[in-house]
Write a protein of this length. Structure first.
Length: 174
């Protein structure tokens, strides 16, 4: 979850739109819910509390990520933490894609990005990166950075203007 005020508001509004559009009853975050514990005087925990009060009936779960260590959400977030993985057969929901788990792992640790070059132009895109045993989802927050993905070992897909685009290996660079 992003921390700067404007970015957090945008992320929460986008999340609201997606929840409304899909009718989802459960939201599972794959780690790094926060970047760090709040500093004294930070207002973002209260803003998340206010947001959390609005989607009635939403079950919110999170698999703890490396940035979440030592942070526990306020009780009014109604967030269920999973310190390791969450089993959702045939998937395992985990933070680290390379952790040893049964089933196909859906993870979020890398915040994958790829650079697409086409006809002399390039764009840095958040991507879904697929491998034989796992898939890594892109970061949701706009404030979150990204790690370049090695195109030789992952199939990458980007979401561009509501369309899923397969990125050919020859066009993807880290």
């Amino acid at each position: 979850m992003a921390l700067p005020d404007g970015t957090l508001a945008d992320d929460l509004a986008r999340l609201d739109r997606l929840l409304a559009h899909t009718g989802a009853q459960r939201l599972v975050m794959l780690g790094d819910v926060v970047h760090a514990a709040p500093h004294p005087g930070a207002t973002w925990p209260e803003r998340v509390s206010a947001w959390r009060a609005t989607p009635p009936g939403l079950e919110w779960r999170a698999v703890a990520g490396n940035h979440d260590r030592g942070f526990r959400a306020p009780s009014d977030w109604h967030l269920t933490w999973h310190d390791e993985a969450l089993e959702a057969p045939p998937f395992t929901l985990a933070h680290d894609p390379e952790s040893a788990h049964e089933g196909y792992v859906l993870a979020g640790h890398w915040h994958p990005v790829a650079r697409l070059r086409v006809e002399g132009e390039s764009a840095r895109l958040s991507v879904f990166a697929f491998a034989e045993r796992f898939a890594v989802l892109p970061a949701f927050g706009r404030f979150t950075g990204g790690a370049p993905i090695d195109d030789a070992t992952h199939d990458c897909y980007a979401l561009v203007e509501s369309r899923v685009i397969a990125l050919p290996h020859r066009d993807v660079i880290g």
